[in-house]
Design a protein around this ligand. Structure first.
Ligand SMILES: [Fe+2]
Length: 207
């Protein structure tokens, strides 16, 4: 009788939030749902989600490297780089979401938290402190190079395995965005005079 009353009390609607809840995972990382009406076999989705998670971890790292650079940049080009780094950061944020949602769509589990990303990424870890502009730019370009390289491989693999959606995402969004950002960064590492043109011997003769 007392038990029945207890059950009734627990079923009563209450305004009290049920806090501090924990339970087992509903899907383990590294697995895919078995049955999805996507016309893509489970082994293909498993391979694609594994590769996409690597791309995601590296893209999240590059995203954060951009914010670090945005905050810590110094010197005469502070203002333009401060703005450029934040623009690229915003574009990487969008890529992160597209990649993560592609993984979920394929029945997988997206890597998400910083500690897990730090373990998975192939991008070299920078120091916590500030670095000079040429070093910031070089680090960003090295990170882009990792992502561009794995994007090309992944796009080809996706195409071979018949996952056209992943191929389209990787080529049309990830690769194209990274290529453009590489150009914008690289041009800042070209050594050209700021005020006085360097005279060639021919120009010196005319003068
Ligand atoms: Fe800011």
């Amino acid at each position: 009788m007392a038990k029945r009353r207890e059950v009734k009390l627990s079923q009563k609607i209450s305004a009290q939030p049920r806090l501090h809840q924990r339970a087992g995972e509903i899907q383990a990382y590294g697995t895919v749902n078995h049955l999805l009406p996507l016309e893509l076999e489970e082994p293909v989705r498993l391979e694609m989600t594994e590769q996409l998670n690597q791309l995601l971890a590296d893209t999240m790292t590059l995203r954060d490297l951009y914010k670090k650079s945005h905050w810590q940049v110094a010197g005469p080009t502070f203002y333009q780089l401060h703005l450029l780094f934040d623009k690229h950061y915003g574009e990487q944020v969008e890529l992160v979401d597209s990649i993560a949602e592609r993984i979920q769509l394929l029945g997988g589990v997206s890597i998400a938290m910083a500690a897990d990303v730090a373990e998975a990424t192939q991008i070299e870890r920078p120091p916590r402190g500030r670095e000079e502009v040429p070093v910031q730019l070089s680090r960003l370009l090295d990170a882009h190079q990792v992502i561009v390289g794995e994007s090309r491989k992944l796009a080809r693999l996706a195409s071979t395995l018949g996952d056209d959606g992943t191929n389209d995402l990787v080529v049309g969004e990830v690769l194209r965005t990274n290529e453009l950002q590489v150009w914008f960064l690289s041009e800042h590492l070209v050594e050209v005079p700021l005020v006085r043109a360097k005279k060639t011997s021919a120009a010196a003769d005319v003068a």
